[in-house]
Ligand binder design. Structure first.
Ligand code: AMP
Length: 213
């Protein structure tokens, strides 16, 4: 019982979720459930793909089956869940489904916290240095994503933090050094044998999924 870890990575823009996820995978071989990438891989005529193409959020009930199947497909391997839950409705579903005492899953949440001013600085920076996403270029879009994070995702973070069945860790990722932040994430997760030769700060920018953006 409780021997399959689901590590949920949460954080605002610029917190380094993707980079932390990919480095954790490089260290420990976790399976990766990356919600945005799964959705981008759906057939173009599927309802979810059509919703995304309009730039809207996929309704939570369309996502539940997709996430459930992706978690099932990870088998008995420990995994990282990125991009889900993103709002309170999704967080409630996650708690109900994966944190009950009889569930085989050990749910952990790592919340990468960063002041808003620092988020904006990092987005501007990653856009300037060419490592960013196409939607980093427009300040109005960046502000819209920030507002959605504050009004929808932060309440979900709080809900998960207060859930008894979840081990919740907040890691302050305001230090500039990725290595420092990654060491703190690993410490929170009880990973003590970091192989420094495998750490790759640019891993998110070189991955196949960010090229699709
Ligand atoms: P992302 O790569 O996380 O920015 O996600 C890309 C797109 O996928 C978003 O604009 C949404 O349309 C959709 N999406 C990703 N994750 C979620 C989620 N948890 N809930 C609803 N829609 C999502």
């Amino acid at each position: 019982m409780k021997d399959v870890k689901i590590i949920v990575l949460m954080g605002g823009q610029g917190a380094g979720k993707g980079t932390h996820a990919k480095n954790l995978i490089a260290q420990k071989g976790f399976k990766y459930v990356e919600t945005g990438a799964i959705l981008r891989g759906l057939p173009k005529d599927s309802p979810a793909a059509q919703i995304m193409a309009r730039g809207e959020l996929v309704p939570s009930n369309e996502l539940f089956e997709i996430i459930e199947n992706a978690i099932k497909a990870s088998g008995n391997n420990d995994m990282i869940l990125d991009g889900f839950p993103r709002n309170v409705e999704q967080a409630k579903w996650f708690v109900e489904k994966y944190t009950a005492p009889e569930s085989p899953y050990n749910a952990q949440v790592v919340y990468l916290s960063l002041p808003e001013s620092e988020m904006l600085k990092r987005i501007a920076n990653r856009d300037k240095t060419g490592g960013g996403r196409a939607d980093d270029k427009d300040p109005a879009v960046v502000q819209k994503r920030l507002a959605a994070f504050k009004s929808e995702t932060l309440p979900a973070v709080k809900l998960l933090q207060q859930s008894k069945g979840i081990q919740f860790y907040e890691v302050d990722v305001s230090p500039e050094s990725f290595e420092t932040n990654f060491a703190n994430v690993c410490k929170a997760l009880g990973i003590s044998d970091i192989d420094k030769t495998k750490i790759n700060v640019n891993i998110a920018a070189t991955s196949a999924c960010s090229k699709q953006r």
